[in-house]
Write a protein that binds this ligand. Structure first.
Ligand code: TXA
Ligand code: MG
Length: 320
């Protein structure tokens, strides 16, 4: 694609928010910053808009979308939240948490949003630009991560504008780099007990402190259909848990002690902080992907956000 048919990147001034809201109302898509990653946003009640999201991403029709709402009462109008779901929502919304709950029959959402399931994924984002657009547009917003299906998630406006053309995407609201950098944690409430469907921007330990032990996908009938083994994939091949880079490899490092490397190096967190590492993960993978065919990745501890980082790295390294 040539640069002139890319969607424009716009500062989130009042006029740009109004333009974005008008685009959503007209069934068109906009690039939306959230605290986790950028979303490919469309009106969740508009079947055509939702179909455009699936088409633009090349997303399989069995993989449902997350619906973004301004607050807990708005979520309660779309889905049935149990007391345990409500407790998590009150503790972590607005923030990087998605709840999968039974969908209300009168939700007004397009059927395609939940890909034929009787549940709906709901999230109240914390990013001020996402909140401003939800307020201005006044409708629930369906937004998967704004990357072609299976590829690295976007954490900067330019990542989004570079992946779509202006016919697919009206504009990208520029909210700066996403502060958390990995997608929301997803907890499913459709079965007997809550299940952690996706590790994400809130650590499992923090979630369990509020709602008790979380089951694993497969413990119950609930699954996140999008949790495919190969996902978040750069073009380069990844080698995980590497002590050092071999000749021809770039190095994705973690922590204060970085082995010598002849190729390009990025350090997720020189201080060894998993929060900083999560914020840098997708950007640094993109940068090294542009510079090398093979990337050695140093081990990242699994505590806190380290679990989500390891999940993304394992899927990025998976055979495809
Ligand atoms: O942080 C995030 O959650 C970002 C930002 C943009 O909000 N969004 C995001 O969306 O990561 P996406 O589409 O890339 O991932 C949504 C995940 C998929 O794995 C999908 O299968 C799962 O949520 N999901 C959605 N609806 C579901 C449902 N009803 N039941 C089970 N899983 C569901
Ligand atoms: Mg995604």
């Amino acid at each position: 694609l040539s640069a002139h048919c890319r969607p424009p990147i716009v500062a989130p001034a009042r006029t740009a928010l109004a333009a974005a809201a008008a685009a959503l109302a007209a069934g068109r898509l906009v690039g939306l910053p959230t605290e986790t990653v950028y979303g490919l946003a469309g009106a969740a009640g508009d079947a055509l808009a939702v179909a455009r999201i699936f088409a633009a991403k090349g997303r399989p029709a069995f993989n449902p979308l997350i619906v973004h709402v301004p607050d807990l009462p708005a979520a309660g109008r779309l889905g049935q939240l149990t007391d345990a779901a409500r407790a998590l929502a009150e503790a972590f919304w607005p923030g990087p948490l998605t709840l999968v709950v039974p969908r209300r029959a009168d939700s007004g959402l397009a059927d395609l949003v939940s890909a034929g399931l009787d549940t709906i994924a709901l999230r109240v984002p914390a990013h001020p630009v996402a909140r401003a657009l939800l307020r201005t547009a006044g409708l629930p917003i369906a937004a998967p991560s704004a990357n072609p299906s299976g590829r690295l998630s976007p954490t900067r406006a330019a990542d989004v504008a570079g992946a779509f053309d202006a016919a697919q995407l009206s504009l990208v609201l520029d909210g700066g780099p996403c502060p958390i950098g990995v997608e929301s944690a997803i907890v499913g409430f459709a079965g007997e007990r809550p299940v952690l469907l996706r590790q994400g921007g809130i650590a499992e330990e923090e979630l369990e402190a509020v709602c008790g032990p979380l089951g694993r996908p497969g413990d119950d009938r609930v699954q996140a259909p999008g949790m495919l083994l190969s996902h978040y994939a750069p073009a380069a091949r990844l080698r995980l848990d590497a002590a050092a880079a071999e000749p021809g490899e770039a190095l994705l490092a973690f922590g204060p002690t970085v082995p010598a490397c002849a190729g390009p190096v990025r350090n997720l967190s020189p201080a060894g902080d998993p929060v900083e590492a999560a914020a840098n993960l997708f950007r640094m993978l993109r940068e090294l992907d542009a510079l090398a065919d093979r990337i050695a990745v140093m081990p990242v501890p699994r505590a806190g956000l380290g679990a989500a980082i390891n999940d993304r790295l394992a899927r990025a390294a998976a055979p495809r």
